[in-house]
Write a protein that binds this ligand. Structure first.
Ligand code: UD1
Length: 420
């Protein structure tokens, strides 16, 4: 296993290109199960999660080629209906093959993804929505077994205790595309990744209205055809680089991003005193002065994203004054606090909030990455801290950040990998 070593404390400078969105890629690759014709997906990030989804598609019977950042999916025969535990348990995004398999094969056996360090993460909304379309489910040995005689359009309400669900919306929308008649999904997730999936499905011949809103209407079609599609930029990677620029007091220009996807973050950072310049496709962050402590609460899109909560916590940990970080989407997502405190931060957890008494400087220390975004928060802390930081268990980072070390070295960071 590798660890990351960072010599922190210096500002960074330069330009970084934002990769394609991981969370858009995963359901879009799953959607290719719904056609027998070839699909070509461009701007696909080369990540561990992408490779896991490709392995899953291959195990289900698809032929997949991945060159540079382009994925070609084609069919070589009939599909399998079994999504194995080994592939689904390592990545929750795999569960979004359930809707496509039910739509195409009328049956599916998909491993339940289980919880992870950021929370229990149930799938009740996925199953409720698919049941509304006529699927029946049984559970056996950690698998959910779904079948249907035929899927039929219906009214589906997808609001849960923590708001809308991104992947439940994806699963139900995909199944509805090949169902008979009209489906209305209410309290649908509005995330750009769900919009991207709707765009891909429409490129395949689906009839969808209301993408990007909380009410999505799908009129079922008999068949989908192949499509060529380009994945949108990763708003969470973009937000991570913005927060990294702020924490290291750097001048960084992000290119290839959609600025409108991170308005909730930009707004909070402007409140903290950070200045931005932007135009179509780029965003310049220039941080020279101290910021003001700023509180955030995470919500589903267009609210502040839970996937940037840990990274924002790092920034506020080194911003003198009190700020409060509340996570309403994943109330237990606070594994990074203990590690940041090992670097000198003063953060206390209270229920679904982190109370931060910000200090001027963090100090390098050996720390342990617990999950993908917590790892990004520790990289930011390491780059901003005085002295040397060693981050263990960095395989989490490879799940979601394409060429992170290369990108950081290009910006002047002193960061390298060592064998444990
Ligand atoms: C997706 C993202 C993840 C992000 C999350 C929230 C992918 C691959 N992952 O995950 O990076 O952090 O959205 O923006 O796109 N819930 C239920 N019942 C369900 C489903 C969800 O109660 O059936 C709850 C969850 O526990 C959580 C909240 O709803 O509290 C939102 O989760 P959800 O939007 O479903 O997250 P994912 O789609 O799994």
């Amino acid at each position: 296993m590798d660890k990351l070593v960072i010599e922190g404390g210096g500002p960074l400078l330069g330009e970084v290109r934002i990769s394609g969105s991981k969370n858009a890629t995963l359901p879009i690759l799953a959607a290719t199960l719904m056609t027998d014709e070839p699909c070509t997906i461009r701007n696909v990030p080369r990540l561990r999660d992408t490779m896991t989804m490709i392995k899953l598609l291959k195990s289900l019977g698809k032929t997949v080629e991945f060159n540079e950042n382009e994925v070609r999916v084609s069919s070589k025969g009939s599909l399998n209906y079994l999504a194995d535990y080994k592939l689904v348990s390592t990545m929750r995004g795999s569960f979004c093959v359930l809707g496509p398999l039910l739509a195409k094969l009328k049956r599916a056996k998909v491993s339940l993804p289980g919880g992870c360090v950021i929370g229990i993460r149930p799938v009740d909304l996925h199953l409720k929505g698919l049941k509304n379309l006529g699927a029946k489910f049984e559970f056996e040995a950690g698998y959910v077994m779904g079948k249907t005689n035929s899927l039929k359009g219906n009214y589906v309400y997808l609001g849960g205790d923590f708001g809308s669900s991104v992947l439940a919306t994806a699963n139900v929308m995909m199944a509805a595309v090949l169902a008979r008649g009209e489906t209305i999904i209410d309290s649908a997730a509005c995330e750009p990744e769900v919009e991207a999936l709707a765009d891909f499905l429409m490129a395949m011949g689906a009839k969808i209205k209301g993408k990007g809103t909380s009410r999505i209407t799908v009129n079922g079609v008999k068949k989908l055809h192949g499509a060529n599609f380009s994945i949108c930029s990763d708003r969470i990677e973009a937000g991570t680089f913005v927060l990294l620029a702020a924490a290291t007091k750097s001048n960084i220009t992000l290119t290839g991003l959609d600025y409108t996807h991170i308005l909730a973050l930009i707004d909070k950072l402007q409140e903290a005193g950070l200045k931005f310049q932007h135009a179509d496709g780029w965003l310049k962050v220039k941080c020279q002065r101290n910021l003001k402590p700023t509180s955030i609460t995470t919500y589903p899109y267009p609210g502040f994203p839970t996937d940037l909560q840990a990274q924002f916590t790092t920034l506020m940990a080194m911003t003198p004054g009190v700020s409060i970080i509340t996570d309403k989407v994943f109330p237990d997502r606070f594994m990074h606090i203990a590690e940041l405190n090992r670097m000198g931060a003063n953060i206390r957890r209270d229920g679904n909030s982190a109370i931060i008494q910000g200090i001027k400087t963090l100090y390098g220390a050996p720390v342990m990455a617990s999950d993908l975004r917590a790892s990004a928060a520790l990289v930011i802390a390491g780059l901003a801290a005085k002295g040397k930081t060693e981050i263990h268990r960095i395989y989490h980072l490879e799940r979601g950040y394409e060429n992170l070390e290369e990108k950081l070295v290009k910006l002047g960071a002193k960061i390298y990998r060592e064998k444990e």
